[in-house]
Structure formats: C-alpha cells, structure tokens
Design a protein around this ligand. Structure first.
Ligand code: GLY
Ligand code: MN
Ligand code: MN
Length: 438
C-alpha cells in the first residue's frame, strides 16, 4: 500500500485559503492525461501541478471538485480498485481509501463523472476550470456543463460561466508557505549538490550524455522523483542555444560547459545554471567575460528585497549586459538606442528570471492592475543573466564566438531581504577551478 506524498494539513490550509476567494464558484481540476510515447508505451506520469497542489493526489483518470460552503464541499472522481489492472499498472487508492487519506467528503468512480457532475455544478453560479489544457478531459467537462444547462430547464439561468482556474491558483501558489519553503529548499539543495558532482566529473572527451546521466543519478540518490524540466547539458557552441536538449555531443578541450538542470523533490523544482571550463581552467577571455556576467548577477541578487519588482531587475540586467556588449564591441550604438530598439536581444534574448515552485516557470502574475508586482516575503524566483555569442556570428570578435554563459540562482524573498537557496554551487572562478582540480 502506498501513502500520500503530502502533508494533508497543508492541503487543508490551501483549501481554506482558496474558499475565501470563490464563494459562489466551484473549482474543477482534472488529472493530467497519460500520454503515449510510442505504440503501447507511455511517457512517465507526472500529476498536474494544480491538481497536486489542491489534493496531493497523483493518479491519472481523476477529477477534483471543490464547492466551498456546500455539502459535500470536496468531491473526487477516481479509478476504482481493480485487482487485474493493478497487477499490470500498479496500486490505486480507490473509492474506499481516498476520502480519509486526501480529506475528501465524497468520492465516486471516475466513470460516473458525466452522470454526477451536473448535479454538483448546478448549485454553483460559475466554475473555475482551465479550458483547452486537457484534451482528454475537456469533452467530459463540456458534456457536464451542457447537462447542467439542461438541468436548469426554463429557469433562465443558462450554462454556468467558466473562468480560467490558472490565475486564481497562481495567486495562491505565488506566496510559498513554510511547508513549501522547506520542500523548495530541499529541491535546491539536491540540485546544487548534483551540480557540484558534475563540475567535479566533467572532463574533455566525455559526452554531454554522461553528465546528464550523472545528474539524474545524483538527484535520485537524494530522493528527487525526476528532473524538474528538460536538462540542458551544453558544451561549447551548444550553450548558445537557449533550450538546447540534444545533450549528445562530445566535450572538447577549451569548451565552456553550460549546465541548466534542477531536481524535482516532492513536486518542487530547483533551477540552477552554472558555466565552467571543461578542462578545469578558464582561458583569459572566458574568465573576463564570465566574471563580468557574475558581477552583474551578484549585484542583481543583492538588490532583492520586499517591494522590488521584476521590472527593476530586468532593467538592471539589460543595462549591465549592454555595457558588457559595448565593452567587447559586440554592438556599436549609443546604449539608450540599443535598449530602446531591443538590439541587445541578439545576445541576451530572455528575461532576468521567473517564479519558481511546483512548475519551473511557476504560476502567479508579474503585473497587477497594470503595474509591476512588488516582491513579498515567501516569493521564490530565479535570477539568470546570460550572454550568448553563436559560433556563426561573424560580426562578433573571433575569440568570443561559440561562448554561451548563464549563471542562475534561486532566490527566496524574506522579511528583510532575500536568501539564495542555491549558493551551494560554486560560481567564483577560483572556487570553480579549485573544485574541478581537487
Ligand atoms: N531551465 C529553464 C529556465 O531557466 O528558465
Ligand atoms: Mn530559469
Ligand atoms: Mn534554468
């Protein structure tokens, strides 16, 4: 018998918080669909982030309905126990165990969703459901809504309105609870230790795949279920592809290696990038460029405290990186013009960071009522300036071509400032070289 991977008291607190926002609404969340990989083989299953956030339930073919203040208030539709299917596919909590373990008032067979859901939705004026995200569940939901309209007959009420649940839950997920900060801190620590192991192991002649394998081994050894996103193991020019995923090239002497990888621990993911020399020693030009990016990253991290906004951090990053581009002659124009026209995007095409949590690019608004959102204690995000000069860029100085540098840490906003959750991976040149040569 398996046991839930969550603290049920934490889940109850989330539901209480949400109930304050959705008095006459119902929230409907569906499990992520199982996706075919090839023939009858499936991709590894990972629960939908919002479903996990509100229930802790990790099985496919399930649905959660939350009707604050009504009876039953929490309802789930799940796969029933089935000895034969469980022999092939593994354990199910079933209708008997789900209520107590996941604190659910009423649990039904998922096959009954279309029959039972209209009665449950009929008493709710509107419904929070994320349309067009779940190709398997959407048709069932449409049918349930149509049947709800039919139940209302000639009352003039019509079909319940549907609003997107994503921004609603995003607001809750954005401020991390104490429990979440613990999970996130552990995810960051595991990720950091795996980065250290990769730095120690990396050598010219290895394949990017070997580092990838080592990362997965190191994080799973420490209890991570999986990677939080597709890891980037990019040597040399590959580092200039932002979301490089082939991870199958030989590491050459003289290359810089850029690794962007994070462990997912209890559903919270780390998101760390480090860039280091394959042979354990930065060349003069690599060192000079790297240290400029590092100095900027440290300055941006130091500025984080409640009240600061992503807009301010983005502006700092753009100004600092444009200075670096001008220093090397990568761009030649007045800085104001480079910024206004966005010419810097040729070498820095992304933003300074993003919220981090159950999703690597986590939920939560960055703009509120038309204004940049001020940071608050409990928010967690990345800071990841970078510069990427492709080998094929003949307008760049030859010595810089084929270099991609990004340095990424995970930052928690605290009452008085911030805490860097990923400082366990060296990023100073001397520290990296010492580690690699120890
Ligand atoms: N690893 C994806 C990102 O840094 O946004
Ligand atoms: Mn990131
Ligand atoms: Mn990253």
């Amino acid at each position: 018998m398996r046991t839930p991977n969550i603290d049920i008291e934490e889940i109850k607190r989330r539901r209480e918080k949400l109930a304050k926002h959705i008095a006459v609404y119902a929230l409907v969340l569906a499990a992520a669909p199982v996706e075919v990989r090839n023939n009858d083989v499936h991709h590894p299953y990972r629960a939908d982030s919002n479903m996990f956030y509100m229930t802790g339930f990790e099985e496919p073919d399930s649905c959660f309905i939350f009707r604050p203040g009504q009876t039953p208030e929490t309802v789930m539709f799940v796969r029933p126990k089935d000895e034969l299917r469980e022999t092939w596919e593994g354990f199910r909590y079933g209708i008997e165990q789900t209520p107590k373990l996941f604190s659910i008032d009423a649990v039904y067979d998922i096959a009954e969703f279309e029959a039972k859901a209209p009665e449950l939705l009929n008493s709710c004026e509107n419904i929070y459901y994320s349309l067009n995200k779940n190709h398997q569940f959407d048709p069932k939901m449409m049918q349930a809504l149509e049947k709800t309209r039919a139940l209302r007959g000639r009352t003039g009420r019509g079909m319940p309105g549907v609003a997107d649940s994503y921004p609603l839950l995003g607001e809750l997920r954005l401020i991390k609870s104490e429990y979440e900060i613990e999970q996130q801190t552990k995810a960051c620590k595991i990720s950091a230790e795996a980065h250290v192991a990769m730095m120690k192991a990396a050598r010219p002649g290895m394949n990017e795949r070997e580092l990838h394998g080592l990362f997965i081994y190191e994080i799973m050894k420490q209890g991570a279920a999986r990677e939080g996103y597709g890891s980037i193991m990019a040597t040399g020019d590959n580092a200039t592809t932002l979301h490089y995923t082939f991870n199958d090239c030989e590491i050459k002497d003289g290359d810089l290696i850029l690794i962007d990888a994070g462990a997912e621990y209890n559903f919270y993911t780390g998101d760390i990038t480090r860039t280091f020399p394959a042979n354990g020693k930065f060349s003069d030009v690599q060192k000079d460029l790297y240290e400029r990016v590092l100095k900027l990253q440290n300055q941006i991290i130091e500025s984080v405290k409640p009240g600061v906004t992503f807009k301010q951090l983005n502006d700092m990053a753009i100004e600092g990186l444009v200075d670096i581009m001008l220093h090397y002659g990568l761009l030649k124009a007045p800085p104001q013009e480079i910024i206004k026209e966005g010419h810097y995007k040729k070498y820095y095409p992304h933003g300074i960071g993003h919220w981090l949590g159950i999703d690597v690019h986590d939920a939560g608004k960055t703009i509120v009522q038309g204004l940049p959102r001020a940071f608050e204690p409990g928010m967690i995000f990345t800071i990841e300036p970078g510069i990427y000069i492709p080998e094929k860029d003949e307008s760049a100085p030859a010595a810089l071509r084929g270099i991609g540098i990004r340095i990424e840490d995970n930052i928690l906003v605290t009452e008085n400032g911030h805490k860097n959750l990923t400082e366990g991976v060296p990023k100073e040149v001397a520290e990296i070289e010492e580690l690699m040569n120890s």
